[in-house]
Design a protein around this ligand. Structure first.
Ligand code: Z5A
Length: 204
């Protein structure tokens, strides 16, 4: 299976990823936890450029292409081979993040994203996408506790509101794939929703 986890700043993806890995392994899945941008040596180098605050003057279009370049490498080296071996790939962000950040946040044309999505992964889509949704102000408060902000985290709350709305539109457009979780509660409350989704959506 191919499972992705998405959400805005401070949504708690990292924490939920760890618990999801344990949940899946306990049920016999061989899990490949990975992330985007990143997941391979080359893609991690692209991630470093994309997140570095000292990356100045990167155009929105170049940012979009670097996201998909990193994804193409990740798919070729990690995601497709693991799926072919029958393993379960659990990925922290994937193309829905591009629709949300580059489409919603930056306002790039959605038609361009659709073309790149088709080019880079054709018909391959996650089997399940868990979207952790919470109010922007709350997420930013949580994220600020983590220390120094990266290039994206320096954006305005208006940017993150557009990201949030774009994620919710993605979820509405593919209800069979998405499960939207209210991530505003405690970690235990959020986990109990994610646990329920895994039990309902994954074959025993
Ligand atoms: N990006 C993009 O623009 N386009 C793309 O196509 C892709 C990515 C794939 C890197 O992503 C950046 O790349 C990202 C979007 C962009 N922008 N940014 N920034 P990332 O996922 O690697 O990094 P991140 O977005 O900075 O992670 P995050 O979302 O901010 O963090 P998180 O994993 O969701 O949250 P966390 O680290 O688990 O939790 C944050 C803090 O909140 C931490 O102190 C937790 O202890 C606390 N927390 C978490 N859950 C709770 C609850 N329930 N209650 C209280 N406190 C909590």
């Amino acid at each position: 299976m191919f499972i992705t986890i998405e959400g805005g700043e401070g949504a708690g993806k990292s924490t939920m990823m760890e618990r999801m890995v344990t949940w899946l392994e306990d049920r016999g899945h061989k899990v490949v936890p990975t992330r985007e941008p990143g997941g391979t040596e080359l893609a991690e180098k692209l991630r470093a450029i994309l997140l570095d605050k000292n990356t100045v003057g990167l155009s929105d279009q170049a940012e979009l292409l670097l996201m998909f370049a990193s994804r193409a490498q990740h798919l070729a080296e990690v995601i497709r081979p693991a799926l072919q071996r029958g393993e379960t790939v659990l990925c922290d962000r994937f193309t829905d993040a591009t629709w949300a950040y580059q489409g919603g946040g930056r306002g790039l044309p959605l038609d361009d994203i659709a073309i790149l999505e088709r080019l880079v992964h054709g018909d391959l889509q996650p089997d399940l996408t868990v979207l952790l949704d919470l109010p922007v102000a709350q997420g930013l408060r949580r994220a600020s506790r983590r220390g120094e902000a990266d290039r994206f985290e320096e954006e305005s709350s208006g940017f993150f509101e557009r990201v949030r709305q774009a994620y919710l539109r993605r979820a509405e457009s593919a209800p069979g794939r998405f499960a939207v979780v209210d991530a505003s509660g405690s970690m235990e409350e959020v986990w109990s929703q994610v646990d329920g989704i895994l039990q309902a959506r994954l074959p025993a």
